[in-house]
Design a protein. Structure first.
Length: 263
């Protein structure tokens, strides 16, 4: 499948074919089941299958740079979510919301923990901003729980996250790259799942559905930010390790998990 990006303001006002306008830096296209879920993050662009209207842009520097970034940031999952995931979440929505609260708390801590790596000293303010945003989300989830009289409970261990983190190598540069990739994939899976939940739990709780819809942009931006940070350390190694972790994700996502967890 070939996707073409158009600079905002240059592309037609209406898409020439099946595509979605990229809003707030995030877009998600649903492709045939056999290809899995395609996620990409490309601010201020159109995305389209139609090559004809983009031919004139191919020689422009901005287009070539954007295309290069687009292909790097495009994430093609190698295994789709199991069919059992959504029914489980729907049956235990508020328990999953408690788990989500813990995930936002851990996401804030993880952003701050990245600041220990020498390779990321130049990104401290950016990581602080991510941590602050995650804490804001944490408080939003706590507000939703309180409004529904659901107590904030003990965290449950996620086999998927634990196994992904266990594959992070030791060693300064290696550990930094792997840590960033794992966090990016957690954000990427969250982005994918929040889009699904924003549609599929609306009949159960419209406010929670709206909340999940509001998080999609942020999760996509965090995914892209972490992956670009890893690329800045070592581009070739990031590509190699990203492939490794996508294979690992594909293996782990198929393993049965009856726990009321988001991941």
């Amino acid at each position: 499948v070939v996707w073409v990006i158009y600079k905002k303001g240059v592309a037609p006002e209406e898409p020439p074919c099946e595509c979605e306008r990229v809003l707030g830096g995030t877009a998600a296209l649903r492709v045939p089941d056999g290809l899995g879920g395609l996620q990409f993050f490309c601010p201020d662009f159109w995305v389209s299958r139609d090559l004809r209207n983009a031919i004139g842009f191919f020689q422009k520097d901005w287009f070539l740079r954007a295309l290069q970034s687009f292909y790097f940031l495009m994430l093609l999952w190698r295994e789709k979510l199991p069919d059992s995931w959504l029914p489980k979440v729907r049956a235990h929505l508020y328990e999953v919301l408690v788990d989500h609260a813990h995930l936002e708390r851990k996401a804030a801590t993880s952003a701050l923990n990245l600041e220990k790596y020498q390779e990321l000293y130049g990104h401290v303010r950016e990581l602080n901003a991510i941590a602050i945003e995650e804490l804001q989300h944490f408080n939003q989830v706590l507000d939703l729980l309180a409004k529904r009289n659901v107590p904030f409970g003990k965290p449950l261990r996620s086999p998927w996250i634990s196994s992904m983190m266990a594959a992070v190598r030791k060693g300064r540069r290696e550990q930094a790259i792997d840590h960033l990739i794992v966090l990016s994939l957690i954000e990427g899976r969250s982005c994918e799942k929040f889009q699904i939940l924003s549609r599929e739990v609306r009949d159960l709780d419209a406010e929670v559905a709206d909340f999940y819809a509001s998080l999609v942009e942020s999760e996509g931006n965090h995914y892209a930010t972490y992956l670009l940070m890893a690329r800045g350390i070592d581009e070739a190694e990031t590509h190699r390790r990203l492939s490794h972790f996508l294979d690992l994700d594909a293996t782990l996502i198929r393993q049965p998990n009856d726990l009321p967890l988001l991941h």
